[in-house]
Design a binder for this molecule. Structure first.
Ligand code: DAH
Length: 357
């Protein structure tokens, strides 16, 4: 058996001495590869007597296992060393200035959101927030969507799995549930906007599954549609940075407002791109109305004492219109060229006094 002992110490020394993964693999092939030294010994077993094979076979197999284990351990050690060396050579000092001086920029949707917030903040609106994961009560029931009403399906809702309690959470389909949360937790007078992400099962050139809305809500004792119209017209004139904005209310239906309307702005579509403040076409821009008495009641507000208006608009669309971006899907393409073309400086916070964009 001395030959086996010699072979063992030889091979183990080679394994220990392999300087990298490639050298280790060469040792492996030479020992336990198809024509390797240990594999060659295994082949001699067939010609032995059963007695001889018993001892010799066990010894050769033990040798093979020992060598295989040594190779596996050495491989792991070499890999760790290689990774450590790489980590050491690729460290980044984040306190150093960026070598390419590529500036980060504000995404057009966030810029639009900031502009909308700045305008309404100046008009005396507070910003309210609510969760993206909502329950049925806040997203539908309190907003006067009847149980099993097709309007619930129309919203193409992303539902979560039903809980053990039978309740099913959802991704909010609009920012209107923030109206409910605000009215439940605050006493009138209320004057808020609620900017945020919204979700629907929808994906084409003009719809993405995640989009952004800004909701508005005003509740007080003598609020009427005149206030609504003035608020929205003032907002649109400031947003589009022109006094020439002409709007119209078009009758519509929303379960949570009565009467309900969509507001259109006058625009020119003749040159292939949409220009606000001129022309003879109309473009739908938002939904609005007087808060339905059932919604007030569901939130604990007496509709005989208080009333108010609400509106909701799509921020991504407003941004596309103002900054001339033709395809909604570009917003999510994460293309740096698109971002550096349409992005905004992170240092220029929109402000109605010094300029929005
Ligand atoms: N929640 C509506 C939607 O997503 C938008 C909307 C319309 C909001 C009218 C309102 C409103 O507050 O009064 O389609």
């Amino acid at each position: 058996m001395t030959d086996l002992n010699t072979l063992e110490s030889d091979v183990l020394a080679q394994v220990a001495g392999a300087a990298d993964l490639q050298a280790l693999d060469a040792v492996r092939v030479a020992a336990v590869g198809k024509t390797g030294s240990i594999s060659g010994l295994l082949k001699t077993l067939g010609a032995m007597s059963p007695e001889e094979r018993k001892d010799r076979g066990a010894a050769i197999n033990a040798l093979r296992d020992k060598v295989a284990t040594a190779i596996t351990e050495r491989k792991a050690a070499l890999e760790t060393a290689e990774l450590d060396a790489r980590l050491a050579s690729e460290t980044l000092d984040l306190s150093l200035p960026a070598p390419h001086r590529r500036k980060g920029s504000v995404h057009p949707t966030m810029q639009t959101m900031d502009e909308v917030i700045a305008i309404f903040a100046e008009m005396g609106f507070a910003v309210a927030e609510g969760p993206d994961i909502e329950d049925d009560f806040h997203n539908f029931t309190a907003l006067n969507f009847p149980e099993k009403h097709p309007a619930r399906e129309m919203h193409d809702t992303f539902f979560f799995n039903t809980k053990e309690t039978g309740e099913r959470m959802l991704l909010r389909t609009h920012t209107s549930p923030v109206q409910v949360r605000t009215m439940v937790s605050q006493k009138p007078p209320i004057r808020i906007i609620a900017p945020g992400r919204t979700y629907r099962v929808d994906n084409d050139a003009t719809h993405t599954p995640v989009f952004h809305q800004v909701e508005g809500l005003v509740i007080d004792k003598a609020i009427h549609m005149g206030h609504l119209k003035w608020t929205l017209e003032t907002f649109l004139a400031r947003f589009f940075e022109t006094d020439a904005v002409t709007t119209q209310f078009r009758p519509h239906h929303f379960p949570f407002t009565e009467p309900s309307a969509e507001m259109d702005v006058q625009c020119d579509r003749s040159g292939g791109e949409i220009k606000i403040g001129q022309g003879t076409s109309w473009l739908e821009i938002l939904g609005c109305g007087m808060v339905h008495p059932n919604v007030l009641r569901a939130c604990g507000i007496d509709p005989d004492e208080y009333q108010g208006f609400a509106f909701g608009m799509g921020v991504d669309r407003l941004g596309m219109l103002k900054y001339g971006m033709p395809d909604l899907r570009d917003m999510w393409s994460s293309d740096v060229r698109w971002l550096s073309h349409y992005g905004f400086s992170a240092f220029a916070a929109p402000n109605p006094a010094s300029g929005l964009s």
